[in-house]
Write a protein that binds this ligand. Structure first.
Ligand SMILES: [Zn+2]
Length: 345
């Protein structure tokens, strides 16, 4: 996504982008939404547009001196704050610098922009130090906090910002983008496994992802045969799952895989095999689909979606993954042969 040089090149979130391009940003904004959908890029491009010498429509020109400096990352009125290399938090010193810099008038542009990427990484002291600046920034200063985990940001910070919510991209939007990247293979699988993030679609290690997919598929297979929690418990303590269960990102990826597999089972169960993503596992999935009612699959999908939300709310990742199967166990009605519910999206 970082390759976009103008706002018109951004993919997805069209409605929100139209609103953002038309108006001016509030003095304190929170850009919230999944990783890899372009939040930081959009914040920086809006900053460039606000300072562009000759905007074109609702976009920056991309060629004036201001735009060139903004694209190179050395515009004196556009400052990006993020976790420094080898650090794990955004430091209080950096946020004190933001406070100080925010008091200055623009050096050459119309507005000073302060973009804080991964704002959830501000230490409590760092976050507290910018409260006053968020509340009453000088009229020419704009602060944009960017995060995929808004729940991890102090409520006192969130309440001082206007929140803009970004959505995951549609699979088709990601496919279109990937097709413009000539050196990429397996676009379709990349788009499917990306969870709506162009960043993930570009960086995904397909081979590793397929290995993980197969681990989740075996788990699902064994689960459907036995439908016992002990099966899951045993599996989560075995390779390759065991080493990853503590990582939020890894568990999120498993949930993405599981959701896709469930949809594939559903499509097979209702007789639309052309819609399945995991075409290379069509045979196994077909056998599994014949043993489970569509209604049960859709309830499993519901549990997966709940688990994804819990994970975003910072619930322990292992517990999230295991709870979902416990819930699914509760849904299972022995002998149920047909279901009319469709998975919710
Ligand atoms: Zn320009």
């Amino acid at each position: 996504m970082s390759s976009a040089r103008r706002l018109s090149e951004i993919i997805g979130n069209e409605r929100l982008l139209r609103i953002l391009r038309k108006g001016e940003l509030p003095q304190a904004a929170l850009f919230a939404g999944p990783e890899g959908v372009g939040k930081k890029t959009i914040a920086l491009l809006l900053a460039a547009k606000a300072n562009c010498h000759s905007p074109v429509g609702n976009d920056l020109c991309g060629v004036c001196g201001s735009c060139v400096r903004a694209a190179a990352g050395n515009h004196p009125d556009i400052l990006l704050f993020q976790v420094r290399p080898r650090e794990t938090k955004i430091s209080v010193d950096d946020m004190r610098r933001l406070n100080e810099e925010a008091q200055y008038r623009p050096f050459e542009g119309r507005f000073r922009f302060f973009v804080v990427d991964r704002a959830e990484k501000m230490s409590p002291n760092a976050a507290n130090s910018i409260l006053k600046t968020l509340e009453e920034p000088p009229s020419t200063s704009r602060i944009v906090l960017v995060t995929a985990f808004p729940h991890l940001i102090l409520p006192t910070i969130r309440s001082r910002c206007q929140t803009f919510r970004f959505l995951p991209l549609e699979r088709g939007e990601i496919m279109n983008y990937l097709e413009t990247q000539t050196d990429l293979e397996q676009e379709s699988l990349r788009a499917s496994f990306s969870a709506g993030s162009i960043g993930a679609a570009l960086s995904i290690d397909i081979e590793k992802t397929l290995d993980e997919r197969d681990a989740i598929l075996s788990l699902l297979q064994e689960w459907l045969e036995k439908r016992r929690f002990s099966v899951i418990f045993r599996y989560c303590n075995r390779k390759p799952l065991v080493s990853k269960m503590k990582s939020r990102d890894a568990v999120y990826q498993y949930l993405v895989q599981l959701e896709l597999l469930c949809y594939d089972l559903y499509f097979l169960a209702v007789g639309t095999p052309e819609r399945i993503v995991n075409q290379d596992r069509c045979k196994e999935l077909g056998e599994m689909a014949s043993t489970v009612a569509p209604g049960e699959i859709s309830r499993l999908v519901d549990s997966v979606l709940d688990a994804k939300r819990d994970l975003e709310r910072n619930v322990n990742s292992t517990i999230c993954f295991q709870t979902l199967w416990l819930e699914a166990l509760g849904h299972h009605i022995p002998g149920e042969s047909a279901g009319d519910r469709q998975p919710r999206r």
